[in-house]
Design a protein around this ligand. Structure first.
Ligand SMILES: [Zn+2]
Length: 90
């Protein structure tokens, strides 16, 4: 039991810093407003003794500030995909 607690403390996953970017000039497919879309990316890291050692897949989506609709994966238009890819690389 003692070992399990150590394992949880010293090894696990934590979210990285969230990154956000506005999609200028891109209309929301749902409410058709332009410039209300926000790309959001947050990577998860495996950490060992609180040091991030490995980056897991990122949590990424685009959300409209006006209608609050979120787009993920296949729902993303090519412009959204592009913005998310760019954010992931930053
Ligand atoms: Zn919208």
């Amino acid at each position: 039991m003692g070992l399990n607690i150590l394992f949880i403390l010293f090894f696990g996953t934590r979210p990285g810093k969230a990154k956000e970017a506005k999609l200028a000039g891109v209309p929301c497919p749902y409410c058709e407003r332009v410039g209300t879309l926000n790309a959001w990316v947050q990577a998860r890291f495996i950490h060992l003794f609180w040091i991030p050692v490995y980056r897991l897949s990122s949590n990424a989506f685009v959300r409209c500030e006006h209608c609050k609709k979120a787009y993920e994966g296949d729902e993303c238009t090519p412009r959204m995909q592009e913005a998310l890819q760019k954010l992931k690389k930053e």
